[in-house]
Design a protein around this ligand. Structure first.
Ligand SMILES: Cc1cc2nc3c(=O)[nH]c(=O)nc-3n(C[C@H](O)[C@H](O)[C@H](O)COP(=O)(O)OP(=O)(O)OC[C@H]3O[C@@H](n4cnc5c(N)ncnc54)[C@H](O)[C@@H]3O)c2cc1C
Length: 442
């Protein structure tokens, strides 16, 4: 346990020297020496999964029970969504909520209360978690749910690993008739049109996400493609086998790209090509779930494209009141500063879950990658955070590495309630992370 290795989240910033213990049995969680942090597959971008002592839950990947009638799956926390899909899809089930990669663990998804392209219709993963089997700071096991230790349950959903180890969880899966999604793509010419299409179509489709050309300013600001989707029924398959599962990652980025290769010129050209590849305003296609939900997973190690210094993913949610104007303002400031971000994603959120530190609030959410090129980037993003605070919005902790304490406290009004539950179950503050130290979550 004492040998330290360099660890990082998906954004490769910051780097933290950590001793990593791998948990194989339930007893490994109870005996881990504090202070400690549970770690999943490090698919959070910033420092939420980092600390000087971590317990990796990756070896805990057993399926414990499956009720095929109700789609109830009980599994250990270290199983990844990819592994759940491999088991569940041939049986006609799919994760009810999925982030944009299939490599996070079940425990990591619950700890971040992840959202998918269906938040406007289905909410975050909290809506589908029936119960959690946890190991607390004093080493004792406890089961929590909406009716049993409910305070612990709602602090853990979105609690970023700070309330205890999730050992196992029971998740209600979604019944599907095939591995395919009927995708409709609408090309939009401006920010106003993108927002209008997103809000007008959100009650017609289960899945909705907009890719935005984040490098445009002026009248092209916010142009993009809105991708709408619905699970395809068996009779729509045009002779395709109903449940094929793709392999993981066909291409790989074997080394760090030099920082200057992805400059704003090359990215602008890439974005223009991507934007104009669709000629018609609206198209429909039958798409396998893998490229629909997880387009980035086809390139292993794509995070190295931004170079050794890494990058930040900036994701905010802003309420619908003034939300369109506020997000346009953020997009414009980012584009004018020339902070290259080929991938900007806009989604709409429905009502929040009861998770005390959960991220989604009803409104727009914008996410974009910001490469760490110069010393000005972090102060620049912190200035954007002030605008987000004023708009009563918030930054997603699972993506964050730079938020300041006062802004965090203003963004998450249930913080004091969370701290009280944490003090109740972890009075000696045994569960800590770089994020919790930075933000003062004690
Ligand atoms: C390409 C990409 C796309 C993404 N898209 C989305 C998206 O659309 N929506 C979204 O919500 N998120 C998205 N994410 C973020 C990702 O889903 C979350 O950060 C998730 O928490 C990562 O899970 P992980 O297993 O890698 O956990 P880690 O990154 O290792 O840890 C994340 C947090 O979970 C805690 N944790 C992990 N396991 C346990 C456990 N067993 N018990 C208690 N706490 C635990 C950790 O302490 C940490 O605070 C995306 C990430 C990537 C890389």
């Amino acid at each position: 346990m004492d040998k330290k290795i360099a660890t990082a989240g998906w954004g490769l910033y910051p780097l933290v020297a950590a001793s990593v213990q791998r948990a194989r049995y339930l007893s490994d969680l109870g005996s881990a020496a504090p202070p400690i942090l549970p770690q999943g597959n490090c698919r959070s971008y910033g420092d939420a999964c980092l600390y000087e002592r971590v317990v990796s839950t990756l070896p805990l990947k057993h399926l414990l029970d499956f009720d095929g009638q109700r789609g109830l799956l009980r599994a250990q926390a270290g199983i990844t969504l990819a592994e759940i899909i491999r088991f569940a899809l041939p049986r006609g089930f799919f994760p009810p909520v999925t982030p944009g990669t299939k490599f996070p663990t079940l425990g990591g998804c619950i700890a971040a209360d992840v959202h998918g392209k269906n938040h406007h219709a289905a909410g975050s993963i909290a809506a589908f978690v029936e119960s959690l089997d946890m190991v607390l700071a004093d080493g004792s096991p406890v089961r929590c749910s909406r009716s049993q230790c409910a305070d612990l349950f709602w602090a853990t959903l979105g609690g970023m690993g700070l309330t205890g180890f999730i050992y196992a969880a029971t998740l209600r899966l979604k019944k599907v008739s095939s591995a395919y999604v009927r995708q409709r793509t609408i090309k939009t010419a401006s920010w106003a049109e993108t927002c209008r299409v997103c809000t007008e179509t959100q009650h017609q489709y289960t899945y909705s996400v907009a890719w935005i050309d984040g490098l445009q300013t002026g009248r092209h600001l916010g142009r993009g493609h809105v991708l709408l989707g619905e699970h395809a029924s068996a009779r729509e398959l045009e002779g395709k086998p109903p449940f094929p599962i793709h392999g993981d990652g066909r291409w790989a980025v074997p080394f760090f790209l030099p920082g200057g290769v992805l400059n704003s010129k090359s990215l602008k050209a890439f974005n223009a090509l991507y934007y104009h590849r669709q000629v018609r305003r609206s198209t429909e296609a039958l798409v396998h779930y893998d490229p629909y939900f997880y387009p980035l997973d086809s390139v292993r190690g794509w995070n190295r494209l931004y170079g050794r210094r890494g990058f930040l993913q900036y994701q905010v949610a802003v309420p619908y009141t003034d939300g369109a104007e506020v997000v346009a303002d953020l997009l414009g400031r980012i584009a004018r500063r020339g902070v290259a971000s080929p991938l900007a994603v806009l989604k709409t959120f429905g009502p929040p879950s009861e998770g005390l530190l959960s991220f989604p609030i009803a409104g727009y959410t914008l996410a974009l990658d910001i490469p760490l090129r110069d010393f000005g980037t972090i102060p620049f993003l912190r200035a954007l955070n002030k605008t987000v605070v004023e708009a009563k919005g918030r930054v997603y902790l699972a993506k964050d590495a730079i938020l300041e304490r006062e802004d965090f406290a203003a963004m998450y009004p249930q913080l004091e309630k969370f701290k009280a539950v944490k003090r109740k179950y972890d009075p000696e503050r045994r569960f800590r992370s770089c994020l919790s130290d930075r933000l003062g979550i004690t």
